[in-house]
Design a protein around this ligand. Structure first.
Ligand SMILES: [Zn+2]
Ligand SMILES: [Zn+2]
Length: 295
């Protein structure tokens, strides 16, 4: 299961109703991953009862202020909360200096481990794909290895597998029972789909590279402009319109798409909603949550 909370749906300039970009992703192992840290993201975390100190990974797409300026305050709060464990900070080239500078500035007693362009930990891989923006920017691909499918207990019983060995099989390792080898696939249901993939575009004009990623389950894509701005004008600024994102959704066919980074010019989102009707596309308000169930 993934729980996605859109902390800020705004872009570039905040409004009282739309705060700056930041998305919290909580995975089935309880990891908390923050994608971009717009100004005030820590207050949004507090509003939903998530301690800023509990974050595990922060991924910054690029160094435009609307995506970054919440980070100093957030790190400062982590320090005040006596955080000791390392924080993983993923970003484009230059993230090392940001990490080092901010850690010094806030006097952090925890290490801020900077990873340029990607990171891997156990079943999770975070990878930067270069976006199409006015400065070097990452779109992030988060891919979880879901491991083998569910155990068929009656099959395990038939094969005489003792309970103590079930864990090994669930981890994908063969075991020996009474001189016979039992393979994981003998007792586990096949899983058609071993990976769960979430893509967060960050700021970008439409990017062919995202279409070449293969299966994407969840797409969080910027749609800075609705239908009142010509596509080429949006692209020139390194952004996308809702019509661009509809095209991407139709080609990429994610299970669910979430639009973010709405320009402050829009008071309501009707100009977005009317174009996504009939598709599994969410046009969220700040603090809306998407719960994605994985079997
Ligand atoms: Zn932005
Ligand atoms: Zn930007």
């Amino acid at each position: 299961m993934l729980v996605i909370t859109v902390l800020g749906t705004g872009g570039a300039v905040p409004t009282p109703r739309r705060w700056l970009p930041s998305v919290l992703v909580e995975d089935r192992k309880g990891r908390r991953i923050l994608l971009d840290v717009g100004e005030g993201a820590q207050y949004r975390l507090m509003e939903i009862g998530v301690s800023p100190s509990s974050l595990d990974i922060i991924a910054i797409t690029h160094f435009h202020g609307d995506h970054l300026f919440g980070l100093p305050g957030l790190l400062s709060t982590m320090k005040m909360g006596s955080r000791k464990r390392d924080l993983v900070l993923v970003g484009p080239p230059g993230i090392e200096e940001v990490a080092g500078g901010l850690a010094r500035y806030v006097g952090a007693e925890f290490a801020v481990r900077a990873h340029v362009g990607g990171f891997r930990e156990g079943d999770l891989e975070v990878q930067c794909v270069e976006a199409v923006h006015t400065s070097y920017s990452c779109s992030y691909v988060l891919r979880w290895d879901l491991g083998p499918g569910r155990l068929k207990p009656e099959r395990a019983r038939e094969l005489g597998v003792p309970v103590t060995l079930l864990k090994e099989l669930k981890l994908g390792r063969p075991v020996e029972v009474g001189g016979r080898v039992v393979l994981p696939e003998d007792v586990l249901e096949p899983r058609a789909d071993r990976h769960l993939t979430l893509v967060y575009s960050g700021d970008t004009a439409p990017n062919e590279k995202l279409l070449g990623l293969g299966k994407v389950d969840i797409l969080i894509h910027e749609a800075t402009f609705a239908d009142d701005v010509a596509r080429q004008d949006a692209h020139r600024e390194g952004h996308s319109t809702v019509l661009d994102v509809v095209d991407i959704v139709d080609k990429l066919r994610p299970r669910v798409a979430v639009l973010v980074h709405f320009s402050s010019r829009y008071r309501d989102l009707e100009r977005y909603v009317r174009h996504v009707r009939g598709r599994n596309v969410v046009v969220p308000e700040d603090l809306d949550q998407i719960v994605y169930l994985v079997d």
